[in-house]
Design a protein around this ligand. Structure first.
Ligand code: UDP
Length: 363
């Protein structure tokens, strides 16, 4: 059995790491399972890609399609062209895609058109917000997938509604949490921690990268101002995504509480979150990580494709109107944030379950 695993962007690297580790472990046990790793090049610089390979010990990709940059359509097209060429040269028994980025969708289409079975890890989640490029990616990918590896009962319900038969759906848990739990003992204090004079539990972490929040510079500045003005003297550490940085270039951002830093490596970022008072974010993956670490999470979105982070975990949807943050921050500083629990099967054993399913596939 040969699997071609696709990864293209930051959150993908975190998801493939435990799956590759598990495959390599099975190989040493004599199981007939081979893999190739295709990096599409969607994220290509050191801080968004290289660092993750180093820190998570992900082996060098077999190929880098170098299909980064450009508009959504340009990127989709260049990934498709390059991946098709690759698969023609290197046939495989199964293509595995993860998450919901452009590479996930583009490679799914190519695999299916070449009649190669397709597995999707983190299938079935939906925000029902078609303004999110990721939602389009999820819907297209899941309309082509043969093996759905899911993180939640919510995903199962969505797939059922779309007519996916139960026998194609595998509730395995969450690979992001495999990575998190496997690396908790390896975390690294980021250089910035002491440089900025941060103290445990006395700062907030901020991340923003969704088009809805960052593409309009005035709204983005409004949001930053509201955060800055409603945290007392609490430092806000803001590892700034390249997309967001671009929007702020040339603007005057004199926010006394906000400390802009470069995107951090995984081990440094999780360290920062783990020791923080709270996280303000529009990321999906971070709402899962804060849930596991019981860190309050204020999500600046109107919807989530991960509702269990709110119903079970520490996440709360604040919305995209900055004014909604004011009462939420008051609640946080009054110490009234929920403690949260852990969603079912988010236990660090997901990659094992995925590989168990795959080795049982018909050859
Ligand atoms: N992350 C990181 N460094 C940072 C910001 C985020 O390592 O400076 C990690 C974070 O821990 C999570 C993932 O990147 O595992 C989330 O990526 P992102 O927010 O880009 O994507 P999303 O989850 O929203 O798809």
């Amino acid at each position: 059995m040969h699997i071609t695993i696709v990864a293209g962007a930051r959150p993908n690297f975190i998801k493939i790491s435990p799956i590759i580790n598990e495959i390599r472990k099975r190989q040493t046990e004599g199981v007939d399972i081979q893999y190739s790793l295709v990096h599409t090049g969607q994220h290509y610089d050191k801080v968004m890609s290289g660092l993750f390979f180093e820190e998570l010990n992900i082996p060098e990709p077999d190929v880098n399609l170098a299909a980064g940059g450009g508009s959504q359509a340009e990127q989709t097209a260049s990934i498709m062209v390059a991946f098709e060429k690759y698969l023609m040269l290197y046939p495989t028994d199964l293509v595995m895609v993860v998450g919901d980025v452009t590479s996930t969708m583009a490679c799914s289409i190519v695999a299916k058109k070449m009649c190669i079975p397709l597995a999707h890890v983190e299938a079935g989640i939906r925000s029902f917000d078609m303004t999110m490029p990721e939602e389009v990616n999820r819907i297209v990918t899941d309309s082509l997938t043969d093996y759905f590896f899911i993180t939640s009962a919510f995903a199962k319900k969505n797939l059922k509604r779309n007519g996916v038969p139960d026998k194609k759906v595998f509730f395995v848990g969450n690979v992001m949490i495999d990575s998190l739990l496997a690396n908790l003992s390896r975390l690294r204090k980021p250089e910035e921690f002491d440089k900025l004079g941060l103290k445990e539990n006395e700062y907030i972490v901020l991340t923003l990268h969704r088009p809805n929040n960052v593409d309009n510079t005035n709204s983005l500045l409004d949001m930053l101002r509201t955060i800055n003005d409603n945290v007392g003297n609490t430092p806000i550490v803001f590892p700034i995504h390249p997309r967001t940085r671009q929007r702020l270039e040339g603007t005057k951002c004199n926010f006394t509480n906000i400390r802009f830093v470069s995107p951090l490596g995984y081990l440094e970022f999780i360290y920062l979150v783990k020791h923080s008072r709270a996280v303000i974010t529009d990321s999906g993956g971070i709402t899962e990580e804060t849930t596991i670490m019981h860190i309050p999470c204020l999500t600046l979105r109107d919807n989530t494709e991960r509702p269990e982070t709110c119903s079970v975990g520490t996440n709360e949807l604040i919305g995209t109107n900055p004014q909604n943050l004011v009462p939420a921050l008051k609640k946080l500083f009054a110490g009234k944030w929920k403690k949260g629990g852990i969603p079912e099967l988010w236990d660090g054993q997901t990659a094992k379950r995925i590989v168990n399913v795959i080795v049982g596939f018909p050859k």
